[in-house]
Design a protein around this ligand. Structure first.
Ligand SMILES: [Zn+2]
Length: 469
């Protein structure tokens, strides 16, 4: 999902505010005085329950959403450089992400300047636009400040900037984000419970990746996009908190270890046992990275921007949101590992998209469940996109089923229209043994034979390192 499209969607939702005004409770003013009182209470709570002194220098500074945006862009630049080798483009992408964050962020602890920023205007505006007056309650103000102050304490102890600066992969950054947000959530939940601010903590948590008021009235495909984005945004908080709770249960020294040597891969956030006892982690039998390297090989990195990563479980889960939760869980059971690669032309990032996802399943039965769920979902989505009023409309779909010795599956070709812009998206879904490959060529022509040959080279490259006899 392109950030710009999401922002457009959110802007459209802002016009739903008349629905919101029907609610009885009104958002309260968030001002210097209320923030100062909340800080004093949050500080006292941390002193009493954690026996830690929060330095007075962390007193919140009221700033504009633009200030928050600039700071977030600056502190995330190293992460964007990992996925975007072009320095200028990396800066532009970090600024875009900073702006998106600034639009909705209520408060932000920043580890570059070690201060706590509060965006009072955004706070009230969010409460109005989202139809959540409770965001401006006394308890919520306190819960948010406790969460942010836990970041400040963790920074003083572990030096967040230095740890992030040493990370060399997107996967490692995602793993570390889970530790950071998960720990802040875990501690804030506990402190708020002891202080009687649990309602505030729940409001803060629901606001992360939550849907705006009136969203239920949206059409299913838009709602799906919004829910998926929300689930991905919330993952470091939700999965991260479960992860840190499991780590803490082993002992305080394990919490410190989670900061000093965090999970190098977001999959570990969902499997703290794999992190704590690496021997329990199932070893992939297939070389999935070798397969995605084959996909990228013909494209020059001067012309194509390449992103390689482990798709976070939240992303896979969120892609299945339209199925009953039971079925979605079933579909992902038995997945051993996944890798993904996305290529976009540097000259015009949005003009084309080539991607590959390679999954390894424990066995062919698990793969079969995943494929069945995917087939059901794409039928739902195609039905949606056939409707005349859709932004992206499906004009024609041809499907060819493939049943060869080397691979089984299908090739879909969809003619799509986005306003007056028409393009073809080709999708190949192929299985060999317990390995499943999904290839997407959006607005880039490729013949069936070339597509199947590419998939075979990928399967060959992924073949087990150790052959079982
Ligand atoms: Zn946080």
């Amino acid at each position: 999902m392109k950030t710009t499209a999401l922002l457009a969607l959110l802007a459209a939702l802002a016009s739903l505010s008349p629905l919101v005004s029907a609610q009885t409770a009104m958002p309260r003013e968030v001002n210097e005085e209320r923030i100062a009182a909340a800080f004093a209470d949050a500080r006292a709570a941390l002193a009493e329950h954690l026996k830690v002194e929060v330095d007075a220098k962390f007193a919140p500074r009221l700033v504009s959403s633009k200030d928050v945006a600039a700071r977030v862009a600056e502190e995330n630049l190293p992460i964007f450089r990992l996925r975007q080798p072009d320095a200028e483009l990396a800066k532009a992408e970090a600024e875009q992400a900073g702006a998106a964050f600034g639009q909705s962020a209520l408060a932000k602890y920043t580890w570059t300047t070690r201060e706590l920023l509060v965006s009072a205007k955004t706070w009230r505006r969010q409460a109005v636009q989202l139809g959540r007056p409770e965001l401006t309650s006394d308890e919520t103000l306190r819960a948010v400040l406790v969460h942010e102050l836990v970041h400040a304490l963790d920074d003083a102890r572990h030096d967040i900037g230095k740890l992030l600066g040493g990370m060399t992969t997107v996967d490692a950054c995602l793993g570390f984000t889970g530790v950071l947000e998960g720990h802040a959530q875990l501690v804030a939940r506990r402190v708020c419970e002891l202080r009687g601010w649990s309602k505030g903590f729940e409001t803060l948590t629901a606001n992360i990746g939550g849907l705006p008021a009136g969203a239920e009235a949206m059409d299913p495909s838009q709602l799906e996009v919004l829910r998926a984005q929300g689930a991905i945004n919330a993952a470091p908080y939700v999965a991260g908190e479960r992860f840190m709770a499991a780590v803490e249960a082993r002992g305080a020294e394990f919490v410190a270890r989670a900061f000093q040597s965090p999970p190098d891969n977001p999959d570990l956030l969902y499997h703290p046992d794999w992190y704590l006892d690496p021997k329990t982690r199932p070893q992939p039998k297939f070389a999935l990275d070798a397969a995605i390297d084959v996909f990228a090989a013909p494209r020059s990195q001067d012309e194509w921007q390449v992103l390689r990563m482990t798709p976070p479980e939240a992303q896979l889960e969120s892609s299945l949101l339209r199925l009953p939760p039971e079925r979605a869980r079933e579909a992902l059971r038995g997945r051993v590992a996944s890798r993904t690669i996305v290529l976009q032309p540097r000259a015009d990032l949005n003009s084309k998209l080539l991607s590959a996802v390679v999954h390894e399943f424990a066995d062919e039965a698990a793969l079969g469940r995943f494929v069945a769920a995917g087939t059901e979902l794409s039928a739902l989505r195609d039905d949606d996109m056939r409707k005349a009023e859709r932004v992206v409309r499906l004009k024609e779909l041809t499907t060819r089923s493939i049943d060869a010795a080397a691979h089984k599956g299908r090739i879909d070709r969809r003619s799509l229209a986005n306003g007056t812009f028409e393009f073809v998206a080709t999708l190949a879904l192929l299985a060999r043994g317990p390995v499943y490959i999904e290839l997407v060529f959006s607005n880039e022509a490729i013949e069936d034979d070339a597509l199947l040959a590419l998939a075979d080279r990928m399967f060959d490259a992924a073949k087990p390192a150790i052959t079982t006899r």
